[in-house]
Design a protein around this ligand. Structure first.
Ligand code: ARG
Length: 472
């Protein structure tokens, strides 16, 4: 509190490399603290050093600096990298961010040669490049985690091949399906998430370096050279666009939001399935927690937090949208605020995915409990309706007739299969006892035919495609 009482009670003693001779005073400490990003951008260090080494090598290729200078820069940056990895590097808040910390350390160690690194470069294109490199790696990690989760779902299809579960619409019992059909449904959703990420990655994987502050540079740099060295697919074409673009952050975080929402819905479903009321699934106890007062409780906290943490990811997207909506061209300092929501979105989604994959693999279906109640909810009603349609009855008429039978069965507390042939015939005299061929969940499931549907043959086709896709 003491240093917020007067105008500049505690000017910074050390000057930053970004503070040129144009300033007539040192920066106010409070401003230093307000404007720093080192507290959250230090995790970019590896990518910053990779970017700087590629830039220095290009400068040497273009004879803007000598090969000896480039190699001294490279070896010193490699030394700094090792210290950062080991945690022995001294971070200085007054140097604002990771970029300046590394550059200042380089200058402290090799003097004027270090002062040449920033030639033809600005922090605007440097930050954007580092961030693109970081996001590219993070996308690849999430893609791998999504694949692991898909493997968990597809990996349990054989063991659950004969389990019929009720499927719901409006959370009301609707139709019987095979459990692997549900597992594949989730794999499909996560596949679209992977495809969206792969598509976003195309726009992430372009190099911003060489666009400098915004207008480019008068120096004879080679942007393609840097892009190649860093494994980018190409360069961001327009220098003004390049220094101001954060679309790649927005769309990547949208992809993460979609993943988080898929995870949240799955978590919600399995929380319900794990209740005594549903009693469909036993969650692995290694993924549950207890209650401090109720000794019988085994709570699905991992699933609840997966559902809860999706809110943070949605919040990160919201933060980024509002952050960027009013920015004029080109770089604005507001953009520094893109990192906390970006990092948090990745950290959150990765943490959820890391637990989701083993949880899915280890959960057990409560087969008896599920099957003991499959006769509830008239799960075979649609199949019976389609049986009538196949016999020539118009759909709307069949729909009405089955509704009528459901009402009669409900009154008598019986299933459709338990209605007598006379009762069926009183609704439609042309009915014969082949009606019983489609009643009961086993027969109903077997009767499905359409591609992508739930009959054992159709589900086996889907499982086969998925096993091949995931090489399992
Ligand atoms: N710490 C800043 C950031 O992360 C560095 C950008 C500085 N550029 C500038 N024009 N001041 O965005």
């Amino acid at each position: 509190m003491s240093d917020s009482s007067s105008s500049n009670p505690n000017p910074s003693s050390k000057s930053s490399p970004s503070r040129s001779g144009a300033f007539d005073s040192a920066v106010d400490r409070r401003v230093e603290r307000f404007t720093e990003s080192i507290s959250f951008d230090q995790r970019l260090f590896g990518h910053d050093i990779a970017g700087s080494i590629a830039h220095a090598q290009m400068l040497a290729d273009q004879e803007i600096i000598s090969a000896a200078e480039a190699s001294e820069i490279e070896s010193t940056l490699t030394e700094i990298l090792a210290e950062l990895e080991q945690g022995t590097f001294e971070i200085r808040e007054e140097l604002e961010d990771i970029h300046m910390n590394i550059e200042q350390a380089l200058i402290d160690r090799i003097g004027d040669t270090g002062r040449k690194l920033h030639t033809g470069r600005s922090r605007n294109d440097q930050v954007a490049t580092d961030l693109r490199l970081w996001v590219r790696d993070a996308i690849d990690r999430v893609d791998g985690l999504l694949e692991d989760l898909q493997k968990s779902f597809v990996g349990r299809c054989d063991q659950d091949a004969d389990v019929i579960v009720p499927a719901y619409t409006h959370l009301q019992r609707a139709q019987p399906v095979l459990a692997p059909h549900v597992w594949i449904a989730y794999s499909e959703k996560f596949q679209r998430d992977r495809e969206r990420l792969a598509d976003a990655r195309k726009r992430v994987n372009l190099c911003s370096l060489g666009t400098a502050a915004l207008a480019g540079t008068t120096l004879p740099i080679d942007r393609e050279n840097v892009a190649r060295r860093l494994g980018f697919d190409g360069i961001v074409a327009n220098s003004i666009d390049s220094s101001s673009d954060r679309d790649f952050v927005l769309e990547t975080v949208f992809c993460l939001t979609n993943i988080a929402i898929h995870l949240s819905s799955w978590a919600e479903e399995w929380i319900l399935w794990s209740t005594s009321e549903f009693d469909f699934i036993k969650l692995p106890h290694a993924f549950c927690t207890g209650s401090s007062i109720m000794p019988q409780k085994i709570n699905p906290d991992v699933l609840e937090l997966t559902r809860g943490k999706s809110a943070r990811v949605v919040g990160s997207l919201q933060t980024l949208l509002v952050l960027t909506k009013g920015l004029p061209l080109a770089y604005n300092r507001d953009l520094q605020e893109d990192k906390p929501p970006l990092f948090d979105a990745f950290d959150t989604v990765e943490a959820c995915l890391e637990l989701a994959a083993p949880l899915v693999a280890q959960a057990e279906l409560n087969r008896e409990s599920i099957s003991s109640r499959l006769d509830r909810g008239f799960l075979d009603a649609t199949t019976l309706m389609e049986y009538l349609i196949k016999r020539g009855m118009p759909q709307r008429k069949a729909h009405h007739l089955i509704g009528d039978l459901v009402r009669q069965a409900t009154k008598k507390s019986v299933t459709l299969a338990e209605l007598s042939l006379e009762e069926f015939q009183s609704s439609d005299p042309s009915l014969d006892d082949s009606v019983y061929d489609v009643l009961g969940v086993d027969k109903a499931v077997a009767a499905f035919q359409s591609v992508g549907s739930t009959s054992p043959a159709r589900v086996a086709e889907q499982v086969c495609v998925w096993k091949k896709r995931l090489s399992i």
